[in-house]
Design a protein around this ligand. Sequence first.
Ligand code: ADP
Ligand code: MG
Length: 309
Amino acid sequence: MIEKKKRVVIALGGNAILKPGQKGTFDEQKENIEISVDSFGAIIEAGYELAIVHGNGPQVGQILQRNELCAQEIPAQPFSSASAQSQGYIGYMIQESIKSRYPDLDVATILTMTEVDAADPAFEKPTKPIGLFYSRAEAEKMEEEGFVMGEDAGRGYRRLVPSPQPQTIVESNSVKKLLDTQTVVISCGGGGIPVVKKEGMYVGQDAVIDKDAAALKLAENIDADVLMILTDVPNVFVNYGKENQTKLEEIKVAELEKFYKEGHFAAGSMGPKVKACIDFAQQGKQAIISSLENGVAALEGKMGTRVTR
Ligand code: ADP
Ligand code: MG
């Protein structure tokens, strides 16, 4: 009998593309991606069916800033278009790096729309800061124009957009078909373009979908065996940053959920990753959080935080 290859969704963290303190030139990003592909190349070589999800926070932020700065000269594009642009160029960079290393491999980027519920309560309360910083006076003027503005950690005022929960990955069937033919697929970049269905039509939204939540949704929609979130720490820790911090390795979902409820995982960073892993493992699947370098060892059960039911 031919052994079926495991289907793996890997979610790449922001630092796989841009390191803290870097400006965000194309060359910086391409070089980081080359290094990242070096790190997770072992996963490709091991022959897993691989779907890659990536973040886009700084990239979409820059596209929106460019929009705002050039608005007098060139018509500004809506958020959904900025999201698509970022998926396009990041996908291209990853695809070029993988194809250069593994010329015999098929690799493709699928621009992805992520359907959200128009009634999602997140739309009532935008929380996610994006784009340029403004003074209070500028922010007040923008509010009159209909934008929701908020203070961002003492650094000034920024636009706030909602962060609704992903319901379905619209292109998941296409992703599945490509995986069935051993193509490495890059999709759901930055969580995907948020769309709602209105009278049967998809309509792009000014919103941001959490990348880890979208990776979970993709893993569910394409019936993946493993959801692996690769970030800049090798493991999840309890009491993180304290003297008694302890790394989690093999862990049952019930125990991880207990730690989650006790508040061990920061809301804007580790929280959504752990939440995605809890949801996936509860479905009887394997969920992993580790670093890029340890990805293949984590899949082999030797490294990282590995969650099962
Ligand atoms: P990504 O870009 O990969 O989504 P994030 O910065 O959002 O990365 O999340 C990873 C960060 O989460 C780590 O760098 C770490 O500082 C932070 N973190 C917060 N709580 C924990 C925890 N309990 N264990 C490990 N890391 C944690
Ligand atoms: Mg994050």
